[in-house]
Structure formats: C-alpha cells, structure tokens
Design a protein around this ligand. Structure first.
Ligand SMILES: *[C@@H]1O[C@H](CO)[C@@H](O)[C@H](O)[C@H]1NC(C)=O
Ligand SMILES: *[C@@H]1O[C@H](CO)[C@@H](O)[C@H](O)[C@H]1NC(C)=O
Ligand SMILES: [Zn+2]
Length: 318
C-alpha cells in the first residue's frame, strides 16, 4: 500500500526541507463505524520557515529550546497521577482482544464512554490532520464554522494557517502531536503526545484545548484516563467519509461519488458528526463539496454539546 507523500510537491525545495508521512496499513473494514480506522495523518515540516517561536515559558517547563520531532520527549507534570491510570495492556492497530471489554476501546469494540462526544443534533463536518496548505483552500471556501483537530507538529510548522483557522471563528481541538496509534504507546509516551500538542496550541494560539480526537479513533480507558488529566474530552464520530481512501493508490476503495451518496443518506436523518481530513488538497475539495451539499446549518463540536471552546485562553502580550 503506497501513500502519497507529495502533498507539498509544489513548494520550493527551500521551503520543504523534510516531508514525512505517517503510514499505517489499510484495514478491510468498510462499515460506517470507527472500527479499523486506517491511514495516518500527513505530517509536513518546513524547517526554518516561520515556525512558531519556542516560548520562554516552555523552556522553563521543559529545559528545551526547540520543538521536538515526531517522537516528543516525556516531561513529568505534577497533575498526572499514574495511580489513576488503569493498567490495560498496550496493543497495536488492528490487534484486538488484549484487554477485557470493560477497557472500552472505540477502535476495537466501538465502545464509547459517557463523556465521549460522537454525535451532534445537527449533521456537522469535522476535519482532522491539519493545519496544512490545503487547509487554507478549505477556509476560503467554507461559509460555516467548523471543527478542526490539529496535529501539534503541524501547528508549529504552519502557525499562519493555524491563525487563519482561528480568525475564521472555527474551533480547534488536539489530534496529538504527531498522530501515533495511542493504545500502542506507554503511558509516558501518550502523555508526551498530548502535552506537546497542547503546548503547540498554547504557543501558537494562546489557548488550551478542551476537545481531543484520538488518531484512528484509537482510544480505550487507559488513554481516556490520561487525556482527562489534561482536562480533555474525547470526540469521535458516527459518520465516516473514508475520504483518506481517495489518497491511496487502490482506487477501488472509495470514490468521490460514493462519498456524496453517503452524505445524501446522512442528510436524511440530519444528525451526526462527520469525519473528514484537511491534510491534503483532494480531501479538502471533497470537504468543500460536502459543505455545499449539507449547507451552512452546522455546529462546532462545542456547540453540539453546549460546551466551552477552550479550557482557557491567555491574553496575548504586545
Ligand atoms: C459490518 O456491519 C455488519 C452489521 O452491522 C456486521 O455484521 C459486520 O460484521 C460488519 N463488518 C465489519 C467488517 O465490521
Ligand atoms: C500557556 O501560555 C502562557 C503564556 O501565554 C503561559 O503563561 C502558560 O504557562 C502556558 N500554559 C500551558 C499549560 O502551556
Ligand atoms: Zn488523523
């Protein structure tokens, strides 16, 4: 299975110093569920090009001076209580059965916890894996407020796009720092993925996220326990466009037409949260078309549940 890593091909070599794609195997599941959610996000790094400056307060927390790569270091935080994290086994993507059902895995068993958000009273789009250059096109063509789940590593590399999302009045939640399959990681590595994504948002947008979408919908009660310690609330979905399948070489997986047919079906019921991706131009174009089919009467995830946009916002200095 080949995955395109050439989304930013049109940039000059100077701008694109490194481009990494997180690739995962494609699952055969084609049901409208979170189960078997497959390909990872696009991570693009423009070295030396208008990164979010590494703030002084973060150097104080971490002792570091620059943003990490795709495997961010774990920094101990006093509000993390390891005794409160249930002792479930880690597992790889698609390898289910390591833990009892009470571990409440969404990716394995489609289990949701009482505080998980997975639907909405108005059928609404959500976009994962940005910010990217494609995000800008989406923003230029959306007439309603929507929800983005951004990767920290992309936020610090596209701070201008992040700010454009905020200027448009959209809501941003975290999608981790670099899109790992969280249940496969140690507690410390899960913490690092969340804390660095939060720091990226705080350094770039001066706020702390409330909403968290686990990559691949991969969450169980171990991951939930950790995310709750950051004040995060998990957001899943009940309608999957499988738009990422348009990016893989096997064109038999999904066509644009089949996505629009599904959208028409979901429009009949009028409720739900739709999973889409703004990491690539192709899925962004689909997102624009889906927006035209659905119209602008949509809600952000916070509006869906009557919650706040962010845990906290900070005054910007000077
Ligand atoms: C798809 O859904 C049907 C009915 O809900 C179920 O019987 C079937 O096992 C599912 N298939 C996969 C691959 O999840
Ligand atoms: C967020 O940023 C502010 C500065 O704007 C800083 O004082 C605060 O400690 C940061 N908090 C976190 C959790 O990142
Ligand atoms: Zn993703």
């Amino acid at each position: 299975m080949k995955f395109p890593i050439s989304v930013l091909d049109h940039l000059s070599c100077k701008q694109v110093a490194l481009l990494t794609a997180v690739v995962a195997s494609v699952s055969a599941a084609s049901n409208d569920s979170g189960v078997g959610q497959p390909v990872g996000g696009l991570i693009s790094v423009r070295v030396g090009h208008s990164q979010t400056p590494f703030p002084e307060w973060l150097t104080e927390f971490t002792g570091l001076k620059e943003w990490p790569g795709i495997d961010p270091p774990y920094i101990p935080m006093d509000f993390i209580d390891f005794d409160q994290i249930p002792d479930y086994r880690s597992y790889e993507q698609g390898v289910c059965g390591a833990n009892p059902r009470e571990s409440c895995s969404f990716d394995c068993d489609h289990c949701v916890a009482p505080d998980d958000v997975f639907t909405c009273s108005k059928l609404s789009q959500t976009f994962d894996d940005g910010p990217s250059l494609a995000t800008e096109r989406l923003l230029d063509n959306l007439d309603h407020k929507t929800t983005f789940f951004n990767l920290g590593i992309n936020i610090v590399n596209y701070p201008d796009v992040y700010k454009k999302i905020l200027d448009g009045g959209h809501l941003v939640g975290t999608h981790t720092w670099s899109h790992p399959f969280l249940p496969s990681l140690s507690n410390e590595k899960i913490i690092a993925q969340l804390q660095w994504s939060i720091w990226a948002m705080n350094a770039t947008g001066h706020h702390l996220p409330k909403w968290f979408r686990p990559p691949y919908g991969a969450i169980d009660n171990r991951v939930r326990a950790i995310s709750r310690m950051f004040g995060l609330q998990a957001v899943l979905w009940d309608h999957d466009t499988f738009d990422w399948q348009l990016l893989v070489e096997d064109q038999s997986l999904r066509t644009e037409e089949s996505i629009y047919r599904d959208i028409q079906d979901w429009k009949q019921s009028g409720t739900g949260l739709i999973l889409e991706h703004d990491g690539a131009f192709k899925t962004v174009q689909v997102g624009i078309n889906v927006g035209r089919i659905l119209g602008n009467d949509q809600m952000t995830v916070a509006e869906c549940v009557g919650g706040s946009d962010y845990i906290k916002s900070f005054q910007q200095e000077g």
